[in-house]
Design a protein around this ligand. Structure first.
Ligand SMILES: NC(=O)c1ccc[n+]([C@@H]2O[C@H](COP(=O)([O-])OP(=O)(O)OC[C@H]3O[C@@H](n4cnc5c(N)ncnc54)[C@H](OP(=O)(O)O)[C@@H]3O)[C@@H](O)[C@H]2O)c1
Length: 296
């Protein structure tokens, strides 16, 4: 079975590498070709364009930044969708909104291509370890067909429901991630404003049930001030936006998430967009730390 992989950023490069390590033969494409080099060194083939890749593969994975990038890769000039073999399977692992996944599923079905949305939870190190969680939406037979492939990249596969249900779950998960990180940053700001040390706060809070478990993995970044991206802040803002769009479509109100989304946008404007999303802490604190403790 020949596998195609489009989108070799932080996540895609690690996921594709795990497929390769299990012996699968890969044809890859990425807008920035240089990022494919480690996979090419291990025997993967680079296709000059998404259509050239599509013609060769039985299963195609995409792991792209946002809905526009996916739509461009699939349906734009030089899009892959009309070049896939009949009955091929397209697995979109990108974090996109459920109505977009349903639109892609319909476009695929029109060309007799099977579609599965399979976004993931877990950041760069988890992807490297092959321990991602996949939230999967699609027909049961298609999910079963790709299960062995997903198990090369992850250790938990949740078949949530039909098309768009994988990305529905992903919206919910990242809403919790984004708001949890921002709320923690604000709580830490209050604590330090009241004279508690960062160390005291970390030592105390991380052992209570009041904070989300993922926050322990952000401690080192916050303490060192090195926010090299595992999950870029701009993609967190994108996910908060897509959650907001999804809530609008579902007639649901998200007051907390919408405010949080704007905090991430302000952080982007403040130059934090390419840092890890935990840099919302640095943004909340004010880069020079002068805002804390200032009397009104
Ligand atoms: N990082 C995480 O912890 C994490 C966890 C779960 C889910 N995700 C999701 O996974 C997806 C990829 O994220 P990532 O962290 O791997 O981000 P990334 O390193 O920024 O990679 C983004 C990928 O999308 C491509 N891309 C972006 N804009 C494009 C465009 N207009 N046309 C064509 N290609 C485009 C990039 O190509 P270039 O290399 O040419 O820029 C790259 O391959 C996103 O949907 C993200 O929300 C990320």
């Amino acid at each position: 079975m020949k596998i195609g992989f489009i989108g070799l950023g932080i996540m895609g490069s690690r996921m594709a590498a795990n497929l390769q390590k299990r012996g699968y033969s890969l044809v890859v494409f990425n807008r920035t070709r240089g990022k494919a080099q480690p996979l090419l060194d291990q025997g993967a083939t680079f296709a000059d364009s998404p259509p050239k890749l599509a013609e060769q593969v039985d299963v195609l994975f995409t792991m792209l930044a946002h809905p526009d990038a996916v739509e461009q890769a699939a349906l734009g000039t030089n899009g892959f969708l009309s070049h896939l073999k009949s009955n091929a399977l397209w697995v979109d692992c990108s974090s996109v909104n459920p109505s977009f996944s349903k639109k892609m599923a319909a476009a695929a079905a029109a060309g007799r291509i099977r579609f599965v949305d399979a976004p993931v939870t877990g950041s760069a190190p988890v992807a490297a370890d092959g321990k991602l969680i996949f939230w999967v939406g699609g027909d049961a037979a298609d999910v079963e067909a790709i299960r062995p492939l997903l198990l090369c990249m992850g250790n938990k596969i949740v078949h949530v429901g039909g098309h768009g249900m994988g990305t529905s779950m992903k919206m919910v998960v990242n809403l919790l991630l984004g708001t949890g990180m921002a709320a923690f940053a604000e709580a830490m700001e209050l604590g330090q404003g009241l004279g508690l040390s960062q160390k005291m706060l970390f030592d105390s809070l991380l052992s209570t049930p009041t904070v989300a478990p993922f926050l322990a993995s952000k401690r080192e970044k916050i303490e060192s001030g090195n926010y090299e991206a595992e999950f870029p802040l701009r993609w967190m803002q994108k996910d908060m936006h897509l959650a907001s769009v999804s809530a609008y479509e579902a007639g649901v109100a998200l007051p907390v998430a919408n405010v949080t989304k704007e905090i991430y946008r302000l952080a982007m404007r403040g130059g934090h967009e390419s840092k890890d999303f935990s840099a919302i802490y640095e943004f909340a604190m004010g880069d020079d730390g002068k805002e804390r403790g200032t009397q009104p």
